[in-house]
Design a protein around this ligand. Structure first.
Ligand code: GLU
Length: 396
């Protein structure tokens, strides 16, 4: 990568994201750019014990329409366990963790075949990412998962994401794909999370038992009263219900995404919501998403070490909104690993900023002062040109 390209990429991306979000907050008609579509098992099966293939094709058609408009689409798919069970002919075996993992292993590959086949109709490539909780909470793995996701999106590949149910046991699972999709929205820096389910949205009472129940079009605060409306409902074959959708909405809107809960069976539901139409229940993103996202990232993290930077790099960070490159680093203290939080000190040893570091202290001792395009030659590998990305940095 040339120097010019590095600089252009580093300058453009975060600013473009901030500007676009500011525009969106001012004017809803500037529509979403990066959309996570979470499809519950009940949506993919239409409530039956097997995949509803025509409906999947229809959902893909809508995603392809948005993709052609230049939008980034991320699919968060459920259904692996249900599909595996169907594929193996509903064997009469105990519902143990290992048996469910077997169903997930069989079902996931089948599910993926279908996504691949249906996106192929529109000439769109898909890429599978299977996550567990550790991939989003463990600092090193968080960066790896995020890099992979962004690389797919930068190359116009549609990531198809599920929990890695075949190996994830309860203690390392996110557990439901509502919460998983909120974490994916955060990783992807999405501006819309669509939670598609078998309900048209959040109601003032349970619509199945109360004929006076009304759909709530917009929720601005997820408080106890709103949570009480969700009850403990679980939809069909899936794990989640309205309660997990509210948890997911709360996480994703703090990270800067509008969240909409809507029925996956509503006509053209994805394209209509993406163009700003009021369908289902919308939870608007909290203001200042980038800062919120950072706060979320930094919550509870203590710096594991420090780097000292020169005057030029300090100016680039403080005044020009740039990322930290190895060239500006003059000293490294402490022992830290890729993904740890570190403090960044100016030439006078005053802390200027805090950020998530992409290289370990051992690596930084070797590449401090070097130009970014020398990283790979020195280390034998590279995680990209920056040491701390602008988006992973808070100025103090
Ligand atoms: N990951 C599960 C599956 O693919 C679904 C979890 C959920 O329904 O939320 O079967």
């Amino acid at each position: 990568m040339t120097n010019e390209m590095e600089t252009a990429e580093l300058q453009l991306k975060p600013r473009a994201v901030i500007k676009q979000r500011q525009q969106r907050q001012q004017n809803r008609s500037v529509m979403y750019q990066r959309i996570v579509v979470k499809l519950g098992t009940s949506v993919l099966t239409g409530g039956s014990p097997q995949l509803d293939h025509p409906h999947m094709v229809e959902l893909v058609r809508q995603c392809a329409e948005l993709y052609r408009q230049g939008k980034d689409i991320v699919i968060c798919t459920s259904g692996a366990i249900a599909v595996g069970r169907h594929r193996l002919g509903f064997p009469n075996i105990p519902n143990t963790v290992t048996n469910k993992q077997m169903f997930a292993a069989v079902g996931q590959s089948r599910l993926m075949q279908m996504w691949e086949r249906y996106f192929e109709i529109y000439g769109i490539h898909v890429g599978q990412i299977l996550l567990t909780r550790a991939d989003v909470t463990n600092r090193r793995r968080y960066l790896n998962a995020r890099d992979t996701l962004h690389t797919l999106l930068d190359n116009r590949i549609v990531p198809v994401i599920n929990e890695n149910d075949a190996v994830a046991t309860e203690e390392i699972k996110v557990g439901d794909n509502d919460n998983l999709s909120a974490l994916v929205s955060t990783l992807a820096e999405a501006d819309l999370l669509l939670l598609l389910t078998d309900q048209p949205g959040l109601f003032t009472a349970d619509p199945r038992t109360n004929p006076d129940a009304q759909l709530i079009p917009e929720v601005n605060k997820i408080d106890e009263a709103v949570k009480a409306l969700a009850g403990g409902s679980v939809s069909g074959l899936g794990v989640g219900g309205m309660a997990t959708k509210l948890q997911a909405a709360d996480v994703a809107r703090r990270a800067g995404a509008d969240v909409v809960i809507a029925a996956g069976s509503a006509p053209s539901v994805i394209t209509r919501i993406a163009s700003g139409e009021s369908v289902g229940t919308r939870f608007p993103a909290l203001e200042n998403p980038l800062e919120n996202r950072k706060r979320w990232i930094f919550a509870g993290r203590k710096p594991k070490g420090c780097v000292v930077i020169d005057e030029g790099a300090a100016q680039a960070l403080l005044e020009n909104g740039r990322s930290l490159l190895p060239a500006g680093i003059t000293a490294v203290t402490g022992t830290f690993y890729r993904g740890d939080t570190i403090c960044i000190e100016g030439p006078d040893k005053q802390e200027l900023a805090r950020g998530i570091v992409r290289y370990s202290s051992g690596d930084l001792h070797q590449i401090a002062g070097l130009h970014s395009d020398q990283i790979e030659a020195r280390l034998g590998y590279a995680y990209g040109p920056v040491v701390v990305h602008r988006n992973d940095l808070i100025l103090l």
